[in-house]
Write a protein that binds this ligand. Structure first.
Ligand code: SDX
Length: 382
């Protein structure tokens, strides 16, 4: 709904508002197209790596061999997290939500960075590299801590995806596992001004710092309407239990007007191309790991939703099949959204660096609907 108030538009949820210009992600919601700097997401998922995709999103072009090697080395030099931060993570309650632990630890990274408040492009690139390199170590360290296990040091001989699985499980992942995770990181790296990215822009537009901005973005991502949906999909599949139960369960949820996690999107009114890719990609992984039932249940849910609400533009989004992918990779449910954050750290930092190239404080108006000329009543008269 848009109402014109003295030349200002009231646009609830900013659904019809363009709030930024960007060269990073192009989304065609009608035709279900996603491009990173003009390269189709399907091509990147098939051919690129998370590190190469990061260079693309941050620099507006693919790297040459030397540039890629330089960025990879810069990430690996920053995989470790400060000893003081490890000590802090060890004080976290073992039943804390991993996204709360991640948000706290990312904010705490600022305490260990002498240039936390330096807002020039070079300093912010260095901080972006640190944030992308260290977020996996934070997620893994908290998970090991909450399970009473030794925290594992990163292995700088491994790429970001493999190093995360190494620090999480204490064993080198198979090539299949590493490749599957690397593809997921590519698919989740950026997506325009989604709620968490917009949050990061609001914070950096005040000339606050990268760490504060990323901590805020993590807070926005954890919501079940946004990045938290992947965990919600898995909980829904677990609750339904069996393929035979799918039809009755989904029809009941629709009858109850429940939101089906992993479906619908503010921009896509066609199938999210990331879901399309993940659906095909995940089938093989699910077969290899004995989770084909989850895939079959998901496919049946998609069929029902297409029949019932497809005409309303409600289709699978990235979170729907990523749930089965992450489960097949052996990740616990409450690590699904932290994994989303590991990937989206690239988009958040990239958009913040872009914002600072031509910054303007983000401060929308609001339509006051309260009373006027109200007299102050003394306490003894209320
Ligand atoms: C992500 O923005 C991004 O780019 C996000 C993301 C990224 O990469 O950053 O793509 C990642 O967050 C994907 C979305 C993950 N969230 C979910 O899967 C949660 C379930 N989806 C819905 O809550 C919803 O679709 C939203 C929040 C994603 C989008 O909602 P909108 O645009 O605010 O639209 P809406 O909630 O007003 O829905 C419009 C209608 C409503 O029906 P009516 O009230 O008009 O009768 O569609 C219905 C909704 O009830 N609807 C659904 C539905 N999603 C919308 N009905 C059932 N199940 C759903 N999932």
């Amino acid at each position: 709904m848009s109402v014109n108030l003295d030349e200002k538009i009231f646009d609830k949820g900013l659904a019809n508002t363009i709030a930024a210009e960007s060269k990073m992600s192009y989304i065609d919601g009608v035709n279900g197209i996603l491009e990173y700097v003009g390269i189709d997401i399907d091509s990147l998922a098939r051919n690129s790596t998370f590190e190469e995709t990061t260079f693309l999103l941050w620099n507006g072009r693919l790297p040459n061999e030397q540039e890629l090697a330089t960025l990879v080395a810069a990430f690996r030099a920053e995989y470790h997290i400060p000893a003081g931060l490890i000590d802090l993570i060890k004080t976290f309650p073992t039943d804390a939500a991993p996204m709360h632990a991640l948000q706290t630890a990312v904010a705490a990274l600022a305490l260990h960075d002498s240039e936390a408040d330096v807002n020039d492009p070079d300093a912010n690139l260095r901080k972006s590299i640190k944030l992308v390199a260290k977020t996996p170590a934070i997620v893994a360290a908290f998970d090991r801590h909450r399970k009473g296990k030794e925290i594992i040091d990163p292995d700088p001989s491994l790429d970001i995806a493999s190093n995360f699985l190494w620090m999480l499980n204490g064993e080198k992942p198979t090539d299949t596992m590493s490749k599957a995770l690397d593809v997921c990181l590519i698919l989740h790296a950026d997506h325009g001004t989604n709620a968490s990215t917009f949050t990061s822009l609001v914070v950096i537009s005040t000339l606050s710092d990268m760490y504060s901005s990323m901590a805020a973005a993590i807070g926005a991502l954890r919501g079940p309407l946004h990045g938290g949906a992947n965990e919600g999909v898995m909980r829904m599949l677990d609750e339904i239990g069996e393929l035979d139960n799918v039809d009755a369960a989904i029809n009941q949820k629709l009858a109850d007007k429940d939101k089906i996690m992993g479906f619908g999107h503010r921009v896509y009114k066609a199938v999210d191309p990331r879901a399309t890719y993940l659906k095909t990609f995940t089938k093989g992984l699910a077969e290899d790991t004995g989770n084909l039932k989850l895939y079959e249940m998901s496919s049946r849910i998609e069929e029902i939703m297409n029949e019932k609400v497809g005409s309303r533009g409600i289709y699978p989004n990235v979170d729907f099949y990523s749930a089965t992918t992450y489960f097949s990779l052996g990740l616990e449910l409450d690590l699904f959204t932290p994994l989303f954050a590991i990937a989206r750290m690239v988009g958040w930092t990239g958009h913040c660096m872009e914002q600072l190239e031509d910054n303007k404080l983000i401060r929308p108006g609001s339509n006051y609907v309260g009373p006027h000329e109200v007299p102050y009543a003394p306490l003894d008269q209320r």
